[in-house]
Design a protein around this ligand. Structure first.
Ligand SMILES: NC(=O)c1ccc[n+]([C@@H]2O[C@H](COP(=O)([O-])OP(=O)(O)OC[C@H]3O[C@@H](n4cnc5c(N)ncnc54)[C@H](OP(=O)(O)O)[C@@H]3O)[C@@H](O)[C@H]2O)c1
Length: 309
């Protein structure tokens, strides 16, 4: 069987032949892997930088879309096991891990690329906001990122009546027909007018100057729940004056593994995965697993990378 295997944390994954997988036990399901995403957490584990993967050899990949060859049924699966990796022709997934049947017609590559970015907003809203009013409004900073595009659908699936996107590219914002409004960032960012923002929830994938300018120029008197999710700006720190926090009804939180528990994600995936099957497919870059050694560190590849064993 062909798998990706990390033998040295500094080296990256190697395309390797291993023994055929044993037949699954009664507590496992065997899946032929069709697509597995190279998410940030997968890269971090493969470099030895993640608390959940400290043993060599390491088998990369934590999730994917696979087919049960005995029934022909497709499944989304996720498992963080020490000797488990989804960059493999076959996997035996414990039935008590995440194994969720997919409806017919799902594109395995797009789906394998999408669950990780989609869960960022889903977990932010379900775990890191509370008591939202009926028909709430969301503002997504970084709405043209893969995660931001899916956040529009997550917000609507979770009760948002209006979603406004913020990003640099006005053309990309206009092209996203799921958005109910948009604010294109100006250069410099401080020239952007946020005075009409009336969001109940702000999901932030960018951070840095945009966030500072938004929070310091918000005019709404509504309670606003701000959730920090990503740092696309590359700036991981901002400073907020005490009087600002005293004079606005704003709650600041972050969302990511650590601010919520893996067990909560496992529960939420049971609702998120079927919901996602109805959302527009996310573009993904499909790379054969046999090319992983050349493509793993190829910075010229733009978009979400998915390996197909
Ligand atoms: N906390 C979590 O659970 C979690 C999970 C997944 C991802 N994340 C984080 O979420 C962020 C988004 O990830 P992704 O993979 O979805 O991103 P992505 O698709 O790679 O994002 C690309 C987009 O980012 C925007 N961008 C880049 N630099 C920017 C800047 N300086 N200012 C404003 N926009 C900028 C660009 O949009 P425009 O040019 O149109 O503005 C570009 O289209 C990352 O920081 C990632 O680490 C967090």
């Amino acid at each position: 069987m062909q798998v990706a295997q990390v033998n040295d944390w500094a080296e990256g994954p190697r395309y390797t032949t291993t023994d055929k997988l044993p037949a699954p036990s009664a507590d496992e399901i065997q899946l032929r892997v069709l697509a597995a995403g190279a998410h940030q957490v997968v890269r971090s584990r493969a470099a030895g930088n993640h608390y959940s993967a400290k043993t060599l050899p390491h088998y990369p990949g934590v999730d994917g879309v696979g087919k049960d060859e005995t029934t022909g049924k497709l499944y989304y699966f996720m498992h963080f096991g020490d000797r488990f990796g989804s960059f493999s022709e076959y996997v035996n997934v414990p039935r008590d891990a995440v194994v969720i049947p997919l409806p017919d017609g799902v594109d395995p590559v797009s789906f394998a690329a999408s669950v990780n970015p989609a869960m960022s907003s889903w977990m932010a809203i379900t775990q890191r906001t509370n008591d939202l009013p009926k028909n709430w409004t969301a503002l997504i900073i970084g709405a043209t990122s893969a995660s931001g595009r899916l956040a529009v659908h997550a917000a609507k699936a979770l009760g948002a009546a209006k979603v406004v996107g913020v990003a640099r590219s006005e053309n990309a914002l206009k092209a996203d027909k799921s958005l109910d409004g948009h604010i294109a960032l100006k250069e410099p960012v401080t020239a952007t007018d946020f005075s009409a923002v009336d969001a109940d929830v702000i999901l932030d994938y960018v951070y840095g100057d945009v966030t500072h300018h938004l929070l310091t120029t918000l005019k709404t008197k509504k309670p606003v729940q701000y959730v920090q999710i990503g740092t696309l700006s590359g700036t991981a720190e901002i400073s907020l004056a005490g009087p600002l926090l005293r004079s606005t009804n704003i709650t600041l939180r972050g969302a990511g593994p650590g601010s919520w528990r893996l067990s909560a994600l496992e529960v939420e995936l049971k609702t998120l995965v079927p919901a996602m099957a109805k959302w527009p497919a996310l573009d993904a870059v499909n790379i054969p697993l046999k090319d992983i050694e050349n493509k793993w560190n190829d910075r010229s590849i733009k978009g979400r990378v998915v390996f197909t064993p």
